[in-house]
Design a protein around this ligand. Structure first.
Ligand code: PLP
Length: 451
């Protein structure tokens, strides 16, 4: 490795960072992470902290998951790459598809289409949803509905269904025919409704209203995260996703569950859809499928949808979509080992217990620090705090305040993620109670300095 002076001098100089202004990265160089172990990361200066971001919602089993590392290393020696485009497959991906079929059987999902990550998975589901309707002879169903505040990655299709202006405005015009309904976000919503159940009903009414306005026969799919994540961790009332499922079924609209962050245990259930007792038509997965150690994803497909494709005799069901790295043997080997380890450790149980402790701890911090306008969580290890300059007006806290909070929290032992006015926590699911307390005390110091 080059010496630390070289690295600091060249930090953000010749690379642009995702989700950052290039000039800002140069003015405020990012932390240089050089090592990690368990749930902790270490920077170039040797400062070690608990990673309350969990990589980026993906390192669910921590940074020392040996079975996944071994599987990757072993597979590189045997078959480092081969394509799964028509005519060839590999031993790892066949086994993985069978394992995923068993894993997602309770969600009613029995086929897999492999991708290189979350945005790819979203793109795949959107495209296959349109194709499904064309195969069935309803070619007019091309539109997509989604939630404001939702995050569905950064490909052109995903950005078009995203519900946050930050990911849209500079890239418009986006895909036509994408329409958004209000999210069940109790802290701020156009209905001025703070009761979660009543708000869920209002959002469902808005969905039905939009379907009537667009015409059900023009809509291919509704895409949603079971618990909105990157948009600021917004858990809906338990009636919401089942309500969406019913409406989609009633109008022949496919339901795509974007579970890029919620699949494999994060919510305290094995999937976000299962958490709410819903069976989607497609499920987008990625991230924790390999514990973040290899870029990989899978779109899971419901039996009934799969049958439409498999029984087609017109040729329209031929899939004109796929990635060079779809079904990558190293990614598949990593996913096989990761899934086995995820099951062995029963991570949802720990995610639920530690998530409760973390959520309660954040609520206690809210009592102490007026900067915290809203605390959201209570469903596994995904929590957020929304920071406000003033609790009455709910005016968002400024960037300087969130920057001080993040820096002082980091100096006191925890890496947290700032996204606009939100502090987002998505730590590894193998976190201990002591780690939870470590995150809370680092945050306490951060809030004291930022207030
Ligand atoms: C719900 C959701 N969908 C899609 C994506 C995009 O995944 P990726 O960054 O792997 O392309 C993300 C990333 O955070 C996500 O949270």
């Amino acid at each position: 490795m080059k010496d630390s002076n070289f690295l600091k001098e060249h930090n953000a100089k010749s690379l642009w960072h995702p989700m950052a202004h290039p000039a800002d990265s140069q003015a405020n160089p990012p932390a240089i992470i050089t090592a990690a172990s368990g749930v902790r990361i270490t920077d170039l200066d040797g400062h070690e902290v608990i990673d309350a971001v969990g990589g980026l919602w993906n390192v669910n089993l921590g940074f020392s998951c040996q079975p996944v590392k071994d599987a990757i290393a072993a597979q590189l020696d045997v078959l480092p790459y081969y394509s799964t485009f028509r005519g060839t497959s590999n031993d790892q991906v066949i086994q993985l598809a069978e394992m995923l079929r068993d894993f997602f059987a309770p969600d009613g999902l029995t086929r897999a289409f492999f991708t290189s990550g979350g945005s790819d998975s979203v793109e795949t589901a959107l495209r296959l949803a349109r194709q499904y309707h064309k195969v069935r002879g309803e070619a007019g169903r091309t539109k997509f509905l989604s939630l404001k505040k939702g995050y569905h990655g950064t490909h052109m299709g995903g950005a078009s269904v995203n519900g946050n202006a930050n990911f849209r405005t500079q890239y418009e015009p986006l895909l036509p025919g994408c329409h958004h309904i209000p999210a069940p976000y109790t802290y701020r919503n156009p209905f001025n409704e703070s009761d979660p159940e009543r708000l869920a009903q209002l959002c469902l009414q808005a969905l039905e209203d939009e379907i009537a306005f667009q015409g059900a026969g023009t809509i291919a799919a509704f895409i949603m995260e079971p618990i909105l994540g990157a948009g600021g961790v917004i858990p809906p009332h338990e009636s919401f996703m089942p309500g969406v499922r019913d409406i989609c079924t009633k109008y022949g609209i496919l339901l795509i569950a974007d579970e890029v962050i919620t699949a494999f245990g994060r919510t305290g259930s094995w999937s976000g859809s299962r958490h709410w007792g819903v069976q989607p038509d497609f499920m987008c997965t990625a991230k924790a499928i390999t514990n973040g150690y290899f870029p990989f994803g899978a779109v899971m497909i419901a039996d009934a949808v799969a049958e439409v494709f498999e029984q087609d005799e017109t040729g329209r069901a031929a899939i004109g979509h796929g990635y060079t790295y779809s079904g990558h043997p190293v990614g598949a080997a990593a996913a096989l080992a990761c899934l086995e380890e995820t099951l062995r450790l029963d991570v949802p149980t720990n995610a639920a217990a530690r998530g409760k402790e973390l959520h309660q701890g954040l609520l206690a911090l809210q009592e102490k620090h007026t900067l915290i306008g809203d605390v959201r969580g209570g469903h596994g290890l995904m929590c957020a705090m929304e920071l406000v300059a003033d609790r009455d007006s709910k005016a968002a806290a400024d960037k300087k305040t969130t920057a001080v909070l993040q820096e002082v929290t980091y100096q006191n032992g925890a890496m947290v993620r700032v996204s606009g006015p939100n502090i987002i926590l998505s730590p590894p699911l193998v976190l201990s109670s002591q780690d939870v307390q470590g995150i809370l005390s680092a945050l306490d110091a951060g809030f004291s300095a930022a207030s």
